[in-house]
Design a protein around this ligand. Structure first.
Ligand code: SME
Length: 162
């Protein structure tokens, strides 16, 4: 594990360390659930001001709660509903600067004021989504999107079998 330097509080430095750890921990020799558990722990450690970080996975026709860090969350989300379901439907990253202004936002933890959801798509198949929430508005910008998408790409490349 590469730790944060307590004397350096530069987001990009921490995000680079985050990616190095993702490269180190995420491996195709593990079942998906183990990779997702460590992935969510690494997001929670390296991203400041995050109150929830985790996964919803496709089960039949809906998203179901997967490994995460944070308070207990809603367990099922229909495709097209909330931020997660919208990202799954559009197959695109959705950044929500103010959750209160997103129509249909699903409140799991009312501390969440902004949110980013990145879809996980392997060989054209939607596996699920990564959801990261913050107690600050406007927490997620292009830098956060870039690093979370790069990390999800590493995850996708290490999903052994579907
Ligand atoms: N806010 C999400 C629901 C999941 S929780 O935030 C963990 C949404 O609107 O899809």
């Amino acid at each position: 594990m590469f730790h944060k330097d307590p004397l350096i509080n530069d987001p990009q430095t921490n995000y680079n360390l985050f990616l190095e750890n993702i490269e180190g921990y995420i491996t195709s020799s593990l079942p998906l659930v183990a990779n997702l558990a460590n992935f969510s722990a690494l997001v929670a450690y390296f991203f400041d001001h995050v109150n929830w970080a985790g996964f919803y996975l496709m089960h039949q026709d809906r998203l179901v709660l997967g490994p995460f860090q944070g308070l207990p969350a809603c367990t099922e989300i229909a495709i097209g509903k909330g931020v997660c379901g919208t990202s799954a439907l559009l197959r695109k990253t959705v950044v929500v600067p103010k959750t209160a202004e997103f129509p249909g936002h699903i409140v799991c933890d009312d501390a969440s004021l902004s949110e980013i959801v990145v879809p996980i798509i392997k060989d054209g198949v939607l596996i699920g989504v990564l959801d990261v929430d913050s107690p600050l508005e406007n927490r997620f910008g292009s830098l956060e999107q870039e690093y979370l998408e790069r990390a999800v790409k590493i995850l996708i490349d290490n999903i052994a079998t579907l």
